[in-house]
Design a protein around this ligand. Structure first.
Ligand code: SF4
Length: 277
């Protein structure tokens, strides 16, 4: 898999200079990349994809609300860039290609923030993180809140950059997690076979934590229709009936998303400013 129009709703494209990964925390239990890789690509072992590096040339500006803006590119939807099997020299190449496209915003998300911090200190400690690079950590469980601290530590070491937290699939309460100095929160429930339920109270806590720190929120989806917070009240006998009822009563505003995406009566589609180009 390489550059493609992405199903990741908060990005325009994905770019996979690395393929394959290994589990690191509970959010990996139902890793969709692993399922795809095992079914279609002969396994999930880590592979470098240098022939894909040049794909960054393909990304074009996006027109939104009548204005051209930088495309948003999610890096490594099929891996984790900071996996230990990705050599430092290969990271150099990835970031050189990112630097070569300052008109594109690249989103790097990791569950391995220790290496992000160590590498980031060395790479950007003196000159700062490039403006077109957004760096984020996944925090699917409050026991992993330390990942946010490590991301903040990189800000202290390298200066300001767009830092984001991805609480998806959110698997626990979100209390006690500070989003101070964070610039974006992505949140959502798990999708796919065996998806675990996102408790609406946890999603409310995540939004409250974001509000307390004035952080924009992108809530992606509940994951499955039976996990929708109003599902128990939905009228009808079939999933289609119940879904139609929620939509008709205004309890779901984005019926195309998996399980809906309405939280606290609204859609959450806010993000940090994206440069016009
Ligand atoms: S870190 Fe991401 S890509 Fe790697 S196994 Fe976990 S969920 Fe899958």
């Amino acid at each position: 898999m390489t550059v493609l129009n992405t199903r990741i709703s908060c990005a325009d494209h994905t770019w996979n200079p690395v393929f394959g990964c290994t589990h690191v925390s509970p959010g990996c239990d139902h890793c969709y990349a692993e399922a795809i890789a095992k079914r279609f690509h002969g396994g999930f072992h880590v592979r470098l994809m240098p022939h894909r590096l040049g794909d960054v040339r393909r990304f074009k500006p996006v027109t939104e609300l009548g204005q051209r803006r930088a495309p948003l590119v999610f890096v490594n939807s099929m891996s984790d860039l900071y996996h230990r099997e990705v050599p430092d020299a290969y990271l150099d190449q990835v970031f050189q290609h990112i630097a070569a496209r300052p008109d594109v915003v690249f989103q790097v998300l990791t569950k391995r923030p220790r290496r992000l911090l160590a590498d980031g200190r060395r790479r950007w400690g003196d000159r700062g993180v490039p403006a077109n690079l957004w760096l984020g950590v996944t925090v699917e469980d409050r026991r992993l809140a330390r990942r946010v601290d490590l991301l903040r530590s990189l800000k202290q070491a390298a200066g300001p950059f767009t830092a984001f937290v991805c609480a998806e699939p959110l698997l626990s309460a979100f209390d006690g997690i500070s989003l101070a100095a964070i610039d974006w929160l992505i949140c959502g429930g798990e999708t796919g076979p065996g998806a675990r339920r996102l408790d609406p109270a946890w999603a409310d806590q995540a939004v409250a934590a974001a509000a307390a720190a004035s952080v924009p929120v992108w809530f992606r989806q509940w994951g499955r229709w039976p996990h929708h917070p109003h599902w128990a009240d939905a009228r009808g006998r079939t999933v289609a009936d119940k879904k139609a009822d929620l939509i008709a009563r205004g309890l779901e505003l984005s019926p195309t998303d998996q399980g809906g995406a309405t939280l606290l009566g609204r859609l959450w589609r806010d993000r940090p400013p994206v440069p016009a180009v």
